[in-house]
Design a protein around this ligand. Structure first.
Ligand code: FAD
Length: 306
């Protein structure tokens, strides 16, 4: 199988997600070619053809123009799979490509086996297996779902792409940095995070009290932040902060891949969940099957007497 990987580049740097695309291609045994709007100064390490459009001429984020360039490469390479990261760049470009190619598009792929893709469903509560109904498919990969077994290696054969004219009425103006997180969780040694399982806003105080008793910081999963129980500056995960504390306590957090991507490198993970089958158990060093409303105050009381 042939796969065309759409690498990502930002502000002069190749993004790490590009290597996740390579890891996926390796995992499924696909022959990989890559498309990148980037620069000669920041090339990915891999052996294979690299179609390179200069970011200064093509704009780092211009899905209309990038789609046109990609269609030229697809015409030449004839890949069965076009693979992008499930990022703001990927989820903008992927449907445009699928529409132009009249082929299937599958988002947030977590795995692959025997021609079928594993992807989340129902707000990541379930996983489904999808087989594209067309011979070709455009897929986006969940952040953190695939990683290379070792260090990347190799030298691509660069094939420069020429940019004729701007298309689609879009012009890349630039990026604007989001407000810096008020709390830098990446430096915290202990983090106690609240998930939807805490039940209601009033219970955040109970989790914050446990964090305080353990000498740590309060963190949160995305639903807790979306419900405005906790500020976004404390969100852990792909759209929050990436943390690696000595101790991470996950309170009422199921363990969706977007949350795990932000905390799975913690030294020791203690999870509290009423569901003994919760996916957080796969990464936790200890899974306490209990109601967090009983466990958190009890642990906080114990910790404050030490
Ligand atoms: P749920 O999945 O609802 O889990 C609640 C858990 O609490 C369950 O396991 C349940 O058994 C348990 N529970 C219930 N009651 C109790 C109780 N009394 N005591 C103990 N346990 C209890 N999520 C993030 O966290 N961070 C991100 O950065 C992030 N980015 C995302 C980006 C994208 C593009 C997308 C699509 C999703 C993202 N998500 C992110 C959302 C993610 O998919 C999950 O929906 C989310 O992580 C689930 O949060 P949760 O575990 O708190 O809630």
């Amino acid at each position: 199988m042939k796969a065309l990987l759409v690498g990502e580049y930002r502000d002069g740097k190749l993004l790490g997600s590009t290597y996740e695309l390579l890891a996926f291609a390796q995992k499924i045994g696909a022959q990989a070619a890559m498309f990148l709007v980037g620069s000669e100064a920041a090339l990915p390490q891999f052996d294979g053809p690299l179609y390179l459009a200069d970011a200064k001429a093509a704009g780092e984020f211009n899905p209309a123009l990038h789609k046109q360039l990609l269609l030229q490469v697809i015409e030449q390479e004839q890949p069965e799979l076009i693979v992008l990261a499930h990022s703001s760049y990927g989820w903008d470009l992927a449907p445009r490509l699928a529409l132009a190619l009249k082929c299937a598009q599958i988002s947030e792929v977590l795995g692959y086996a025997e021609g079928a893709f594993l992807a989340p469903a129902c707000n990541a509560k379930l996983r489904r297996t999808l087989k594209p109904a067309t011979a070709r498919a455009v897929v986006t990969l969940q952040a953190g779902a695939f990683s290379l077994p070792g260090e990347p290696a190799g030298t691509p054969q660069v094939k420069p792409l020429s940019i004729q004219a701007a298309v689609g009425g879009l012009e890349f103006v630039g990026y604007e940095a989001a407000q810096k997180a008020a709390v830098d969780l990446s430096r915290a040694e202990i983090i106690v995070s609240a998930g939807r399982g805490i039940g209601k806003k009033e219970n955040v105080e109970m989790i914050a009290a446990l964090a305080k008793a353990l000498g740590g910081e309060l963190g949160a999963s995305r639903p807790v932040v979306d419900a405005e129980w906790v500020d976004h500056s404390r969100q852990v995960g792909t759209t929050g902060q990436t943390v690696a504390p000595r101790l991470y306590v996950a309170c009422g957090i199921s363990g969706a891949i977007q949350h795990l991507a932000g905390m799975k490198k913690s030294d020791f993970i203690l999870a509290v969940n009423t569901d003994k089958e919760a996916p957080i158990g796969e990464v936790a060093d200890v899974l306490v099957v209990a109601d967090v409303k009983q466990f958190a105050p009890a642990l906080a009381e114990k910790a404050s007497t030490l």
